[in-house]
Design a protein around this ligand. Sequence first.
Ligand SMILES: Nc1ncnc2c1ncn2[C@@H]1O[C@H](COP(=O)(O)OP(=O)(O)OP(=O)(O)O)[C@@H](O)[C@H]1O
Ligand SMILES: [Mg+2]
Length: 206
Amino acid sequence: MSGVLITFEGVEGSGKTTQMRRLGRWLRAEGHRVECTREPDGTRLGLAVRRLFERPGVRPEPLVEVFLFMAARHQHVAEKVRPWLARGRVVLSDRYADATVAYQGYGRGIDPDLIRELNVRATGGVLPDLTLLFDVDPAEGFRRIGARRRDHFEREALAFHRRVRRGYLEILRAEPKRVRLVRAAEPPAVVAAEVRALVEDFLRGA
Ligand SMILES: Nc1ncnc2c1ncn2[C@@H]1O[C@H](COP(=O)(O)OP(=O)(O)OP(=O)(O)O)[C@@H](O)[C@H]1O
Ligand SMILES: [Mg+2]
């Protein structure tokens, strides 16, 4: 496969979507062929999975959350990520495999190594070439989101989101070459410059 996969990770409101759009525009202006996607709802099946979480009375067990996200991920890789990479695209994904390690692993207490193994199976080994970890205190993330209607995960207590943040930092510690920290508490333009520098650096070496 000749393309590259860059993933955007971090707690709610850390600026993933904002910065992915900005980076996409910048990369295109630089002449790259870019595709933007997201998890879990990058496919129709994944969208159905996301909506399942919002149905009243649906309370998936932690391991069921893992299986549902893995199902969405497998479909996402098959339908979109793998074909794009085969065509040499720069693929940007708003959340991907690390999110399940952070949320269901560190957040909900499922063995992170089991999730890593399932990620390898679900993606057929299509793992990110570069992961940008948007690190910010979840309380700040929620301040940014404000009164927006909260989803299944956003309704969780702050303590859960702090475990997720720590989980992401563990992932960074384990794979410092692939995962790069972005200081997401900075103003958007500062964050964007940091993201560009990291991506330029990565593409030069790729
Ligand atoms: N660096 C920043 N400083 C202040 N506000 C920001 C910053 N980056 C993004 N925002 C604002 O914070 C809100 C959340 O940003 P964004 O949607 O990009 O975060 P996200 O990580 O994608 O969140 P979610 O996990 O909920 O999808 C938006 O209103 C956005 O305009
Ligand atoms: Mg977002």
